[in-house]
Design a protein around this ligand. Structure first.
Ligand code: FES
Ligand SMILES: [Fe+2]
Length: 436
């Protein structure tokens, strides 16, 4: 796969601290990009809805009578009250708690008090919620605030094909921690765009993953997306010579797949291929039928995709690590970090969990909001979050002269170049689009 190339450029601290830069990003990136929102199976029945807070906007996502899903700005058309205050629920229509205007599931106004008193005529004849673009892919609902946006499938490009082998339509969310972070949202994405930090920030990883840049497969895609593939079940070349290369996590993987670890002593690098073959041979009897569609690399490795502008995911054979950054409504030095995990296992094996209102049973664990430092995200992501929070202070420092990036960090270069292009007016447009 070839892709665009970008020259390295200095990335100054003001990109992470400036209110003006944040406003430019809101006007040109957040409101002009496809954003991953909710799971479609979170709103299975007509009238089921969720509200999503994205920066300074509240978005109402609703299952329609005929089965489709539509998204609206969560704004009453009378005088702008927030129409729906619940995070989720099910309603036959939406009635504003201020003056009782009512909107149907398709957004059309169907009741206004004293309709004869409006000089412009009965509001129900012309008022409706303002809709935004909404589509589905990989079991997720995506939204876009740009009315002229490129179709989602064109925006995603090769991602659609690359993800097609994974059973993403039927996943269960087994972890959903959302952390209020004391840093700009791009520091999250910067971190997830490179593996240069692995041996230092996640030293335990060298026992299980080959983190060398020569072994890491990187692809840059159109529209700012990227891939970094890390080979796993393979000891890193950084492992000290004094250390046993038949490491504990690799021995555990071999044993889990009925292979005797001791037979790999002295040929530890063969373990990855052996585990791939054994997964191929045994997956059906272990009920892991989706393995049949994965290629050998996908059976053992981590495929880390970044989707412009705010999403990163590590896909492995058994699940999806979901990493999303959402901007604070007004403060460039805060963001929300969604650190979730989806399991590819059989959904029926998971206990249904009760949602916040205590009435509707859902398959997904409910979202838990925490402040940075209040709850562990696991050893790996705790290391990432600690770095991001510390970096934010340096973004103000007169001692910081901008990033000096290695070639292996080129996904960061592409990412910021794409943000700058959006701010300069670039928008991905469908073929044949004509700015009227
Ligand atoms: S603002 Fe909603 S009915 Fe008045
Ligand atoms: Fe990390």
């Amino acid at each position: 796969m070839t892709g665009p190339t970008y020259a390295a450029r200095p990335l100054g601290g003001e990109r992470y601290t400036s209110r003006a830069f944040m406003d430019a990003e809101w006007d040109n990136v957040w409101t002009a990009s496809w954003l991953i929102a909710i799971r479609a199976d979170e709103i299975p029945e007509p009238g089921d809805f969720r509200t999503e807070e994205i920066g300074r906007e509240s978005i109402l996502i609703v299952r329609q009578e005929e089965g489709g899903i539509r998204a609206f700005y969560n704004v009453c058309q009378h005088r702008g009250n927030k129409l729906v205050t619940a995070v989720e629920g099910s309603m036959p229509s939406f009635t504003c708690p201020y003056h009782s205007w009512r909107f149907e599931l398709d957004g059309q106004c169907s009741y206004a008090q004293d309709p004869e008193d409006f000089p412009g005529g009965d509001p129900c004849r012309h008022a409706s919620l303002v809709e935004l673009a909404c589509d589905q892919f990989a079991g997720f609902v995506w939204i876009n605030m740009d009315p002229d946006c490129i179709p989602l499938h064109e925006f995603l490009g090769p991602i659609r094909e690359a993800w097609s082998a994974y059973p993403l339509e039927a996943m269960t969310r087994v972890q959903a921690i959302s952390v209020h972070m004391p840093c700009n949202w791009k520091l999250l994405l910067d971190n997830f765009h490179e593996t240069y930090h692995l041996p230092t920030a996640h030293p335990e990883g060298i026992e299980y993953a080959e983190d060398g840049y020569r072994e890491t497969h990187i692809e840059l895609y159109e529209n700012g997306h990227a891939l970094g593939q890390t080979k796993c079940c393979l000891p890193s070349h950084r492992l000290p010579a004094t250390k046993d290369r038949l490491t504990a996590p690799i021995a555990a993987d071999l044993a889990r797949w009925d292979l005797d670890p001791e037979t790999f002593r002295g040929r530890e690098s063969d373990a990855r291929k052996a585990v791939q073959q054994q997964k191929r041979a045994l997956h059906a009897e272990r009920g892991l039928h989706h393995y049949a569609r994965l290629n050998d690399d996908q059976l053992t490795d981590v495929f880390h995709y970044t989707l412009f502008p705010n999403f990163a995911t590590s896909l492995n054979a058994d699940g999806m690590l979901f990493l999303r950054a959402l901007p604070h409504p007004t403060d460039p030095e805060q963001c929300l970090f969604d650190c979730w995990y989806y399991n590819f296992g059989d959904m029926s094996s998971h206990k249904s969990l009760v949602t916040l209102d205590g009435e509707t049973a859902k398959d997904h664990v409910p979202r838990e909001y925490v402040r940075y430092g209040d709850k562990s995200l696991g050893v790996v992501l705790d290391g990432d979050a600690w770095v991001m929070a510390g970096q934010q202070q340096a973004m103000h420092s007169r001692g910081y002269r901008g990033a000096i990036l290695a070639h292996q960090e080129r996904r960061i270069t592409q990412y910021h170049a794409m943000i700058d292009r959006y701010i300069a007016g670039f928008r991905p447009r469908p073929a044949g689009w004509n700015a009227a």
